[in-house]
Every structure is written in structure tokens, then in C-alpha cells.
Design a protein around this ligand. Structure first.
Ligand code: MG
Length: 388
């Protein structure tokens, strides 16, 4: 029987590659529902290939347009539509490739429906890793990572007992500004930040890679996914992006997963685990050619937002929820050209510095912390500017 998939974020980078994986293995996978945000043309193109049961668009006007063209598909919209999609009966895996905080509630909904999760939306765990992992455990749901570093660790862990882990090493390409010193970043532009040296990704995560927030988030993600203390998870600069991450055992033996920078590998593995299927061999690394691998520690002085992520991570989920919201606001403002690079950093640092603890960690309190941070960071950028 084919594995039935609901895909959130079908028009993004991970979503598009997920559909590519599904199409290459049409005998094994079936797309039964998806969401696309505002890209109506993409929704129509996907529906022509995949006549799914339900599709979700961001707004009602677009949903009405698509509904007219595809009367056999239920068309829903907005945040409530995403949840409705997750409540579909007949599917096996939710692939969550949404970007940002909007990914959290659908993940929670699918877990409550006892669906397996293939997770690309790292913000789910940055905002609410503690609650989400408890909920998954209580519902007997597995969360398999799509993020390349976590997929690498997940693959390594197939042959390593948790009690034998000494350290997790999460590799980092260094992002677009890896050859610049921190004091050389005053005039960098959005276009500069979007020029990632190795990976082709969406705009938000590419900026997060340049600021190293992405690596901070991935440490938080690894902490919750693999239940490993923060002092055993380390970022490691590796400019070639060939070693996708490593697990160091107590005896010093270190396992790594290597490969080309092709997200279809972790996407496909999340859907086929523990099996492996072929992928277009032209993307493979050629080990008959010389390959250089370089590693060195990342400087927390060079990347103040990485330090901020680690500090907030050690304070707990309320603080990482604030961190995520501040980053979403500052990242978007930077991409809009409303603030410069140092402003981006300062807005996140100031919002995190103003965060207050909460007596309990629940979905509600995490959501409230996030809403507070959205407001605080937005005011820092726009309110003070208006008063000038
Ligand atoms: Mg990653």
C-alpha cells in the first residue's frame, strides 16, 4: 500500500522537493492533501498532477478560485484550514515544510491525530520542543527530522545507543558572510545575505544562515529531538557542507553522514526510513576525485546571535519562543529593507534581554510569550522610528 502524505508548504523549497520525491516514487507514495500559501498557480499545477482530497490556501479569495476549477477537491483556507488538513482521516505522514511559527499548531494537531511527522519546520521545536515531544510520546507518534543536520544525526543513531553518545557535532557552512569579520557587516544587503555558498533554500532560512540563528535553532532542535543536554551539542564550521553532522561516542569513535547538498536525501529518508530508495545518481559526490574536508570551532564573538540562541536555550522554552518571534520580526524587516544587519542583531538581542520567565511551560504560555515578543520587536523597529 502506498504511503499517504499530507504536505504543508508545498510551494516552498522543501515542499517542491518533497513533491519531486513523491513523483519519482509514485508507486510508493501518494499525495492526499497540501497547502500552498498565496501561490494559486502552484496550487493549480500541483492539483493537475495530484487530484488530492483537500488543499489549503492562505486566503478565501484564492481558495474560491481554486474551488471553481477543482470541484472534487475540498478547498480550505487560512490557519483553520491548515488544521482541517491535518485532521484528514486517510493519511499516514504529515510533512511539515511551513516556515516560521505558523508550523507549530498544525504539528500539534497532527500529533493529536496520531499521524507520523516528517518535520522540516524547525520553529515547531524552537517554540515548543518540550511540549511537542511530550505530546508525541504520549500519542505514540514518531517525529522524523528533514533538516539535513538532524537527518544526519538520526541516520548515525541507527547504530549508536543513546547512552553511548558523548557529543553531537552540528556542522555549519558559515552562511553568506562567512569570510567577513563582524565589523565588516555594516553595509551588507539582503541580496548579499541571500547568496548562500552551498545550499539553495528559501529566503528566511538563508538569512538565518547568514546570521547563524539557523545553527542556534538547530542546536535547540537537536536537544528536543534526541533528548541530549545542551552542553553535549556543538556547532562546527565546515565550509564544504559535505559532512552533514556527526555523533561522537564515549570511546571517541565518531560517526558522520556525508553527501552532496541535496535536500531530497533527508526528505526521502524521512518518508522511507528505515528503507532507502535511489535518488538521481548525478547528484552523488564523486569519491574518485580529491575531496577536502575542513572543520573548526565557530566563534561566539563573531556570531553574537549564535551566543544569544545558546543563552536562551539554556533558559528554557519560554525564552526560545521569544527568541523565535524576535527573529521572525527582525528577519522579515531586514528582508524588507526596513533595517540594516546590525539592527537585525540588536532587535533580537534587546527583545531576548527583556524576556520574562513564566511559571509554567504550556502551549498557551509559549504562545503568549511569542505574541509579547512579536509586539516588542515590532515596536523596537517601527514605533521608535515613527516617533523620530
Ligand atoms: Mg539545516
Amino acid at each position: 500500500m502506498r504511503k499517504r502524505i499530507v504536505l504543508l508548504g508545498a510551494s516552498g523549497s522543501i515542499g517542491t522537493q518533497t513533491i519531486d520525491v513523491i513523483d519519482r516514487h509514485a508507486d510508493r507514495f501518494e499525495l492526499v492533501g497540501f497547502s500552498v500559501g498565496t501561490q494559486v498557480d502552484k496550487a493549480i499545477a500541483i492539483l493537475r498532477q495530484h487530484p488530492v482530497k483537500m488543499v489549503c490556501l492562505a486566503n478565501a479569495d484564492d481558495a474560491a478560485k481554486v474551488a471553481t476549477l477543482f470541484p472534487d477537491t475540498k478547498v480550505v483556507c487560512a490557519d483553520e484550514g491548515l488544521l482541517e488538513l491535518c485532521r484528514l482521516n486517510d493519511y499516514d505522514v504529515l510533512v511539515n515544510a511551513l516556515v516560521g511559527y505558523v508550523g507549530l499548531k498544525p504539528t500539534v494537531e497532527a500529533i493529536c491525530q496520531h499521524k507520523q511527522i516528517a518535520l522540516a519546520n524547525k520553529e515547531t521545536l524552537v517554540i515548543a520542543g518540550e511540549v511537542v515531544m511530550q505530546l508525541a510520546k504520549a500519542n505514540g507518534v514518531s517525529i522524523v527530522p528533514i533538516d539535513s543536520e538532524h537527518s544526519a544525526i538520526f541516520q548515525c543513531l541507527q547504530s549508536i545507543r543513546k547512552s553511548d553518545i558523548r557529543n553531537l557535532w552540528i556542522t555549519a557552512s558559515g552562511g553568506a558572510f562567512r569570510t567577513k569579520k563582524h565589523d565588516e557587516l555594516a553595509d551588507v544587503t539582503v541580496k548579499d545575505a541571500l547568496a548562500h555558498p552551498n545550499w539553495k533554500m528559501g529566503a528566511k532560512i538563508t538569512v538565518d544562515s547568514a546570521t547563524m540563528v539557523n545553527k542556534g535553532f538547530e542546536i535547540i532542535e537537536a536537544h528536543w529531538l534526541f533528548d541530549i543536554p545542551y552542553d553535549q551539542i556543538h556547532p562546527l564550521y565546515h565550509p564544504q557542507s559535505i559532512v552533514h553532522s556527526m555523533v561522537e561516542c564515549v570511546d571517541g569513535a565518531t560517526m558522520a553522514q556525508l553527501g552532496s547538498a541535496d535536500m531530497r536525501v533527508p526528505i526521502q529518508y524521512a518518508l522511507t526510513y528505515p528503507d532507502r530508495f535511489e535518488i538521481d545518481p548525478s547528484h552523488d559526490l564523486n569519491w574518485f576525485n580529491p575531496v577536502d574536508l575542513h572543520f573548526e570551532p565557530l566563534s561566539l564573538t563573531r556570531y553574537p546571535l549564535l551566543k544569544c540562541c545558546l543563552d536562551m536555550a539554556n533558559k528554557g522554552n519560554i525564552f526560545t519562543s521569544v527568541l523565535n518571534a524576535a527573529n521572525e520580526v527582525a528577519n522579515q524587516a531586514f528582508r524588507n529593507g526596513d533595517i540594516g544587519y546590525y539592527d537585525l542583531e540588536n532587535v533580537i538581542l534587546a527583545t531576548c534581554a527583556a524576556a520574562k520567565p513564566s511559571p509554567c511551560v504550556t502551549l498557551e504560555s509559549l504562545w503568549q510569550a511569542q505574541q509579547w515578543a512579536f509586539g516588542y520587536a515590532t515596536d523596537l523597529i517601527y514605533k521608535e522610528r515613527c516617533e523620530c
